[in-house]
Design a protein around this ligand. Structure first.
Ligand SMILES: Nc1nc2c(c(=O)[nH]1)N[C@H]1C(S)=C(S)[C@@H](COP(=O)(O)O)O[C@H]1N2
Ligand SMILES: [Mo]
Length: 416
């Protein structure tokens, strides 16, 4: 062990420099892929590529353990070099903390099935939080430390050649004092400038484009800004308002693979067809008159977030199937979204579950268009990619149907 350490520490400066470079590239790949994974915009654009991107993110994320381990082997010596440099020590702590925090929460998210929703929910919060703190920090760190700003003799990580030439002063004319203050002035000016320049737009971009919980619209805002225009509004049942579930706990992230659609009485309709005895079509005025039920259930997304105790009011799927009369040849229930793109399916047997609902109200509110309203599917026992938003058609077919995300690599088995 001692021999190994000795060998590792040979050419210490160069090794530290290589480690720093590799770590830098790993962080760049993780940051880019991570931001693309969380941005709604890329959901529709990437399609299947999104699942590959997620795989890449996981593999590179696991690889980030390698530089961390190598660094820890060299840490004792590096630490000595950092004597009297508290900010650089602080930086080492921040970077190690970020990497280890990302890694642990990332592994939990990757293993969402074995760890269950509670752990994935918390892991996602930590992963996001570290990203919104860590990304600006790392961008700042890289910008203020690029070569043109920082002479080799100010860096603590440098190559052997730089170490050898250490003795030669770079600005012999300037006194160390004025040299230092000028350098740090430039550094703070550039760093501050960048923070001022991209800070607000970064925040606004977070609010507008990302489906993340930090800075995303509140539930009340989502309900208030509902762009659907349907009359009459359904009268919530007593169990819905106030919601018998006590009000949902957690935040929905607004997901869509298309631009978010909205509907009016003129553009909305609902139908059940295919292998049924009585194909049926409803307009909004007819649909609001259908008898509804109320249920309380949890909602889990595979990416790690959940919303608990939702009070949904709507028509049980079973009811539609019963009234339309499913033909003996039917095998699969296929669901269509009014976005024109998204579909999913259940086997006839799965479709008999009592808690599957064609939902119209959530916690006493007509489901807003951001959340898939006026009518969406709810399949509480399965991951939410089964819960088709803007549901407008149920078709019974005699073949299998592979849904939008399943076709792009999501598990056919969506059981929570
Ligand atoms: N039409 C449509 N339905 C959809 C999706 C979608 O992109 N389009 N995303 C699914 C996924 S993966 C999840 S987690 C939930 C998200 O619902 P929310 O946007 O109301 O939070 O909707 C599901 N239904
Ligand atoms: Mo999801």
């Amino acid at each position: 062990m001692g021999e190994l350490l000795k060998r590792l520490r040979k050419g210490f400066g160069r090794k530290l420099a290589i480690l720093h470079m590799w770590n830098g590239w790993i962080v760049v790949i993780l940051a880019l892929s991570g931001v693309m994974l969380v941005m709604n915009y890329w959901r529709g654009v990437l399609g299947e590529g999104r699942v590959w991107l997620k795989e890449l993110h996981i593999i590179v994320g696991l690889l980030s353990l390698v530089p961390v381990i190598f660094y820890l082997l060299l840490a004792a010596k590096h630490w000595k070099q950092l004597r009297g440099k508290p900010w650089q020590k602080f930086n080492v702590f921040v970077v190690l903390g970020l990497l280890v925090g990302w890694l642990i929460s990332g592994v939990l998210l990757w293993q969402f099935r074995s760890v269950g929703p509670w752990w994935s929910n918390h892991a996602l919060t930590v992963h996001d939080l570290l990203t919104w703190i860590g990304l600006p920090y790392i961008i700042y760190h890289s910008v203020t430390r690029t070569k043109w700003l920082k002479e080799p003799n100010r860096r603590t990580i440098r190559t052997e050649r730089e170490e050898k030439s250490e003795a030669a002063p770079i600005h012999p004319a300037a006194s160390p004092q004025s040299y230092l203050s000028r350098r740090s002035f430039v550094k703070w000016a550039v760093g501050g400038g960048i923070a001022v320049a991209i800070g607000p737009s970064f925040l606004k971009w977070t609010v507008n484009t990302l489906g993340v919980s930090i800075g995303s619209p509140t539930y009340d805002e989502i309900v208030t800004r509902d762009a659907n225009q349907l009359v009459p509004l359904p009268q919530p049942m007593p169990a819905s308002a106030p919601p018998k579930g006590g009000g949902a706990k957690g935040d929905f992230r607004i997901y869509s693979v298309t631009p978010i659609p909205s509907f009016s009485n003129a553009t909305w309709s609902f139908k059940i067809d295919g292998l049924v005895d009585k194909p049926m079509t409803w307009n909004w005025e007819q649909f609001v008159k259908l008898a509804r039920k109320v249920q309380v259930s949890d909602f889990h997304c595979v990416t790690g977030w959940s919303v608990y105790s939702n009070t949904w009011e709507g028509i049980p799927l079973k009811q539609f199937l019963k009234e339309a009369g499913v033909k003996a040849t039917a095998k699969t229930v296929k669901f269509y979204s009014g976005d024109g793109v998204y579909t999913d399916s259940l086997t006839l047997e799965q479709a008999q579950m009592d808690d599957i609902m064609v939902a119209m109200l959530h916690d006493g509110n007509l489901i807003p268009n951001d959340l898939g309203g006026p009518v969406r599917l709810i399949v509480p026992k399965m991951y939410a990619y089964k819960s088709v938003k803007w549901l407008n058609r149920i078709e019974l077919i005699d073949k299998d149907h592979i849904g939008y995300w399943e076709e792009r690599g999501y598990d056919i088995d969506a059981w929570v």
